[in-house]
Design a protein around this ligand. Structure first.
Ligand SMILES: Cc1ncc(COP(=O)(O)O)c(C=O)c1O
Length: 321
């Protein structure tokens, strides 16, 4: 892992690199839901980002630099989820080979999507530690570059561009709600936002069943929690990042939790009222704002809809429950 800092220069370079490559995603609104919950809520639609999640920003920012230097023989990562898809697409776009180490029960749809971007996929055991080990071994053996999901300054710089866009799209925003897994998205956003607008509150949202950052803050150190039980699969992190947790401690105003039931309700409201499809992890931030009464009543808030990748069968099950 690189220990270099996430600087304003790095974030500015990431923005330039992503210009015209990543989508400038819209901030969606529902006046009806604003009235119902008493909060003015903008929805930063990263579910409409390339490969269906904000993850493309960080992955492309790092992978394109590896490719430019002409020294990389290929990239490898240990994720079947949004990060894996993002690495596969970024490598495809920049002419590098990508290799994904995924769980043995990874969904066929996700594996097929990565393969469609030209990635090779290897299935390894149920435990994430085994996959990480295998990815690192492959990196050493073949001279491939390992692309971490959050603990790398160039990945964080890519995610930070979400924060810059929110400030220019909603200049009078009071608070930004961000879902937290390993903490890459919120570290990037908080660094970008606090540098120019320190009064804007940055609030991290985790599922009740997997609140590693919330519990770590209470403990005053990075805690490893038992594997989380939540439908928000992108937020099932067992320990906050080494690079991200100190940034969260320094810059994030508040860490809060939401129930899975609230996440499913928000996902349904996004579909029926906002006409946009998000995955459970992508609905967590909006779920926090849409409570009765809203903890942010009267404020002008933006919630990041961080991703929209969900299997049709899972969606059907959630909607019928
Ligand atoms: C849709 C979605 N939202 C949020 C996150 C959490 O991001 P981070 O690990 O950077 O905190 C993830 C992580 O995979 C994700 O896939």
């Amino acid at each position: 892992m690189s220990t270099e800092a996430l600087t304003a220069d790095r974030i500015a370079s990431a923005r330039a690199r992503l210009q015209g490559v990543a989508h400038l995603t819209p901030v969606l609104r529902s006046h009806l839901l604003d009235d119902r919950y008493g909060v003015t809520l903008g929805l930063k639609a990263e579910n409409l980002q390339r490969a269906g999640a904000f993850k493309f920003r960080g992955a492309y920012n790092l992978v394109s630099q590896l490719s430019e230097r002409g020294k990389s023989r290929g990239v490898v990562t240990a994720s079947s989820g949004n990060h894996g898809q993002a690495v596969a697409l970024a490598a495809h776009m920049t002419g590098l080979a990508a290799h994904l180490v995924v769980p043995s029960d990874a969904s066929a749809a996700k594996v097929a999507a990565a393969e469609a971007y030209g990635a090779t996929v290897e299935r390894v055991g149920p435990k994430s530690a085994e996959r990480l080990q295998r990815a690192e071994a492959l990196a050493a053996q073949h001279g491939w570059d390992y692309v971490p999901p959050y603990d790398h300054p160039e990945v964080l710089a890519g995610q930070a561009t979400v924060g810059l866009e929110i400030l220019s799209q909603v200049p009078d925003v009071d608070a930004i709600l961000v879902p937290v897994g390993g903490g890459g998205l919120i570290s990037g956003i908080a660094t970008a936002v606090k540098a120019t607008r320190p009064a804007v509150r940055v609030i991290g949202v985790e599922p009740e069943g997997s609140a590693a950052a919330f519990l770590s803050r209470q403990a005053g150190r990075r805690l490893a929690i038992p594997a989380g039980i939540t439908i928000a699969d992108g937020l099932r992190t067992v320990v906050p990042g080494e690079l991200t947790f100190p940034i969260i401690e320094r810059l994030v105003d508040d860490l809060v939790t939401v129930s899975d039931a609230a996440i499913v309700r928000a996902l349904t409201l996004l579909l029926t009222h906002v006409k946009t499809l998000v995955e459970p992890s992508g609905a967590a931030a909006a779920a926090y704002a849409w409570q009765s009464p809203s903890p942010l009543a009267g404020a002008k808030v933006v919630a990041v809809l961080s991703g929209g990748n969900i299997d049709a069968a899972v969606l059907a099950q959630l909607l019928s429950a």
